[in-house]
Design a binder for this molecule. Structure first.
Ligand SMILES: [Zn+2]
Length: 137
């Protein structure tokens, strides 16, 4: 069955589902995510096991003590393999990039972006509220 890539719009049959979750409302981003959920128990990788027939190591998972079945929600995108490859590269680029260190600006005005609180600069304040004058005490 042909399906359109949500990112590039290409029609095709070979689509992949990107599963994302970060304990935050990712629909704040201008991305057309769909929601899905899985019900089960959380398991963590505790090691690997050698699979001699395939000459490879496979992960071994273990259920954490006291873990109860619950619903885990994910933000999904259905994309083509090219878009998936670019998404994977974007994650690698983000991880390798120097993290942005925000410094105190002295405005005393705080904003929130994608779940992180920061002190806004005067420029950001003027851009967000162009008709408001910043008064310092
Ligand atoms: Zn695509």
């Amino acid at each position: 069955m042909s399906e359109q890539c949500q990112r590039c719009g290409e029609e095709g049959e070979d689509r992949r589902t990107l599963w994302m979750a970060c304990l935050y409302e990712m629909r704040e981003l201008p991305v057309p995510f769909k929601l899905s959920a899985i019900k089960g128990v959380y398991q963590e990788q505790v090691g690997t096991k050698r699979l001699e027939t395939l000459d490879t190591d496979v992960p071994v998972f273990e259920t954490m003590p006291e873990e109860e079945e619950q619903q885990y929600r994910f933000y999904n995108l259905r994309v083509c393999k090219s878009c998936r490859a670019e998404w994977m590269q974007a994650i690698a680029n983000w991880f390798k990039a120097q993290p942005v260190k925000r410094h105190p600006t002295g405005t005393g005005v705080y904003g929130r972006k994608h779940g992180a609180v920061y002190e806004m600069s005067e420029e950001e304040i003027k851009e967000r509220w162009p008709d408001v004058e910043l008064v310092r005490k």
